[in-house]
Design a protein around this ligand. Structure first.
Ligand code: FPP
Length: 241
């Protein structure tokens, strides 16, 4: 689709849901669903950058996902290592900087090593940002920011009176603009503890398509939907995107 004249979200997020159901409905294992989902992620991310999106955050693994079976968690961790190690040249080639949000604790050493390698290798890339949220919880991000602010107050680096939205933002995991648009696939209408602070004024979109089946045409439709929204940011004047 031609994107001329369309407004793009500056910061887009995708909650990649429905891998398990996509697989089960096809008589496949949940792991096969996750593998297909990882291919969809690469395809959609590269398409989004090609169309001019600069910042993409994706929910790859929530802290709550550790409640899943050992096998499924193990498979997902193997998939992250594989994808980060084997496909990381794609992000290097496309000049995309890969960063991670979430707590490092509980993650396996090989996962951390693969994360660190791609972070270092793509640190100077400028065309786009891929923020992969792994062992991520939006509430924990706010808790972690609060702890670090408290530490800096106790160390005398800042004063309580200095705390405002702008300062709080500086203590989040990443220095990214607020989210404009959230796509959650699979038809579930919730945000599941994802980037709560950053989503304050985001437009939400819930296509009834499992993530592995999400195509570039579905992505086009999502961007058209974003362009149909009237964003007022609490005021009463319609602001275009
Ligand atoms: C949710 O579907 C999906 C996940 C918990 C995993 C998402 C991970 C990927 C798509 C791989 C990404 C790879 C990298 C390197 C970032 P679900 O399992 O909850 O599906 P269900 O609700 O149908 O069971």
């Amino acid at each position: 689709m031609n994107y001329e004249g369309l407004t793009l979200p500056k910061h887009l997020t995708i909650i990649m849901d429905g891998n398990g159901r996509w697989a089960t409905e096809r008589g496949l294992t949940r792991s096969e669903g996750h593998l297909e989902g990882s291919k969809t992620l690469e395809k959609i991310a590269l398409y989004a950058y090609e169309k001019g999106i600069k910042i993409l955050s994706v929910f790859a693994f929530s802290t709550e996902n550790f409640k899943r079976s050992k096998e499924e968690v193990g498979y997902l961790m193997d998939l992250f290592v594989n994808m980060l190690n084997k496909r990381h040249y794609v992000f290097k080639e496309k000049d995309v900087k890969v960063i991670f949000s979430g707590r490092r604790e509980l993650l396996r050493k090989d996962v951390l090593a693969a994360m660190d390698k791609i972070t270092n290798d793509t640190a100077n890339n400028k065309s786009g940002i891929l923020n992969i949220c792994l062992n991520y919880s939006g509430q924990d991000e706010i808790v972690d920011a609060t702890k670090n602010i408290s530490r800096d107050i106790l160390a005398g680096k800042i004063k309580i009176e200095d705390i405002d939205r702008h300062l709080f933002h500086q203590y989040l995991y990443q220095d990214l603009p607020d989210i404009d648009f959230v796509i959650r696939t699979s038809g579930e209408n919730r945000i599941s503890n994802f980037m709560l602070w950053q989503m304050a004024y985001a437009e939400l979109y819930f296509p009834k398509i499992y993530f592995p089946a999400f195509t570039t045409a579905d992505f086009d439709e999502a961007i058209l939907e974003f362009n149909r929204r009237n964003r007022r940011f609490g005021g009463n004047e319609t602001k275009s995107n």
